[in-house]
Design a protein around this ligand. Structure first.
Ligand code: ZN
Length: 200
């Protein structure tokens, strides 16, 4: 549908965009985090903590972050909050991957990465976990854990999706479990491609 193309100018999948909206709503409703977007040179996100434990928190995310990266940032920031790294009155700065940090910051980010991984794969925090249909798939999890198999899987899934549309069978298959699994698998693969630290 032409209208769908205009909704996703980056050609990001609807599943990814829907997941991004769902996780952002979870942050707002369950964790009291208001998210906004701004041009942030050299930084991917800032979590500004409140003066009191239950006060509203503000998350500013780089406006050029993709939906997949935003999903990762939400889970990672939620892990920082669960670990209470944002208290008292600490602004957590998420820099680009691979940028060296002060050792105390690096330790906290590593702790958040470990918890975020557990949340994403559904061991902790249902509301922040990967899409349900693929979350428990050991095979998918293994394939996305290494760069080479992750790239191959992504190519394969994209080819399957393209074939699915080319064959014009999407209406017949749209409500099937196969189509839902394919959408969720692509979503997980895209997120782990943007943030390999979410894989084991
Ligand atoms: Zn962090």
């Amino acid at each position: 549908m032409a209208a769908e193309v205009t909704i996703a100018p980056r050609a990001e999948s609807h599943t990814l965009l829907a997941e991004e909206v769902r996780l952002r709503a979870h942050l707002r409703d369950d964790l009291g985090v208001r998210t906004r977007f701004a041009a942030l040179p050299d930084v991917r996100a800032l979590l500004v903590s409140p003066a009191a434990r239950d006060g509203a928190k503000a998350l500013v995310v780089a406006s050029d972050a993709t939906a997949a990266e935003r999903i990762y940032l939400y889970v990672h920031v939620a892990a920082h909050i669960a670990l209470e790294h944002h208290l008292p009155l600490v602004t957590i700065v998420e820099g680009p991957p691979g940028i060296a940090r002060l050792e105390t910051d690096a330790r906290r980010h590593r702790e958040a990465e470990d918890l975020a991984r557990a949340m994403w794969w559904g061991r902790r925090g249902e509301g922040l976990a990967a899409p349900r249909l693929v979350r428990g798939s050991a095979v998918l999890r293994e394939l996305v854990s290494r760069g080479i198999t992750r790239a191959a899987l992504r190519s394969l899934l994209l080819a399957m999706r393209a074939a699915y549309y080319d064959l014009r069978i999407e209406r017949a298959l749209a409500r099937t479990r196969l189509a839902a699994w394919l959408r969720d698998a692509l979503c997980v693969t895209a997120v782990v491609s943007a943030a390999p630290q979410l894989s084991d």
